[in-house]
Design a protein around this ligand. Structure first.
Ligand SMILES: [Mn+2]
Length: 317
């Protein structure tokens, strides 16, 4: 399906003219897809529309405040997605909705164009920034709930305004959300300070298994299902584990190889200049952003790591 990339104005008009929205998030939901979805849902309801959010996986406990407004009972007729770059990322929802998305709001330059209509701003650090612009264009009131939801998306996708995707506009929008009543201190505490005991134990084990490649310019860690089971970590406990390798001095390419429940290996890569994580992951059929990308392997972890190491060594040379 060819996608029609639209302006803010057209995006706002589409949302004003339609009704009975089903808002899809991506699988393994993060703060951005959830914050964007629940903010948009709340704003549409305040315009007198019917709207629900549907998430392919269970929503991690720490995001439960985003679900405070509950579900409405209606038959959806307009399917939209937020922060979803590829229908594959819809997980369990792909089969039913993958080719039915009428409108997508996204900030991934790698968006494959699966929706009929797309509002995309690849310079935005978070999809929540795009949703904020659409809501302003619609003249929607930014309530404290909407502000907190959007702030959650922006804070989490920027690692609390620390990642290089953070722009002056990111801060301007965050400031507007603070003015509108976002509960920023509590959100940042829950997202960035609080760790479960399982998470701390996971960090200890991950640090135990670091492998260095190319004179320490690349660090690789491996997370197995056994480690996840033994530490009792859930998916939100695992958030940011992929950022651990690049905290090491001298590391330019940080790689986390994680076993999925189906036995496949999911690779998360974080890089510093001049290395392009998306370009590396594309060699293995994956993709993402220039500083953060991913791919998957169906072989053994050792084989996957051997292939990754070969490509990384070539680049570091
Ligand atoms: Mn995002």
């Amino acid at each position: 399906m060819m996608t029609d990339q639209v302006t803010l104005n057209v995006a706002a008009r589409f949302l004003s003219e339609n009704d009975k929205y089903l808002i899809l998030t991506h699988a393994h939901p993060d703060g951005d897809t959830l914050g964007s979805a629940f903010a948009l849902c709340s704003a549409l309801r305040r315009m007198g529309k019917k709207a629900n959010v549907i998430c392919p996986d269970e929503i991690p406990k720490k995001f439960s405040y985003l679900t405070a407004e509950g579900n409405q009972d209606f038959e959806p007729s307009t399917v939209i997605s937020v922060d979803v770059a590829d229908p594959k990322l819809l997980g369990e929802l792909q089969e039913e909705y993958g080719n039915k998305v009428q409108f997508a709001i996204d900030h991934h330059g790698t968006n494959v164009g699966f929706a009929k209509m797309l509002y995309l701003d690849a310079k935005s650090a978070a999809a929540a920034e795009c949703v904020y612009r659409v809501l302003k264009e619609m003249g929607a009131e930014i309530t404290p709930f909407i502000a907190s939801s959007l702030y959650t998306g922006i804070a989490t996708d920027t690692g609390c305004f620390k990642f290089s995707n953070t722009t002056p506009d990111t801060h301007i929008i965050a400031a507007e959300l603070m003015k509108a009543g976002a509960d920023y201190d509590e959100i940042n505490r829950v997202m960035f300070e609080v760790k479960s005991r399982g998470r701390l134990e996971m960090e200890r084990r991950v640090l135990d298994c670091i492998e260095y490649v190319g004179d320490g310019q690349c660090a690789i860690v491996t997370v197995t299902q056994k480690m996840i089971k033994e530490t009792g970590c859930d998916s939100s406990d695992m958030d940011g584990i992929a950022a651990l390798p690049r905290q090491i001095e001298g590391v330019k390419i940080g790689i986390t190889v994680r076993e999925k429940v189906d036995g496949r290996w999911k690779v998360s890569m974080r890089t510093f200049e001049p290395y392009d994580a998306a370009a590396i992951c594309q060699k293995f059929g994956g993709g993402g952003h220039i500083r953060a990308a991913g791919c998957e392997f169906g072989c053994s972890a050792d084989e996957a790591k051997a292939q990754l190491k070969a490509v990384v060594l070539e680049l570091l040379r």
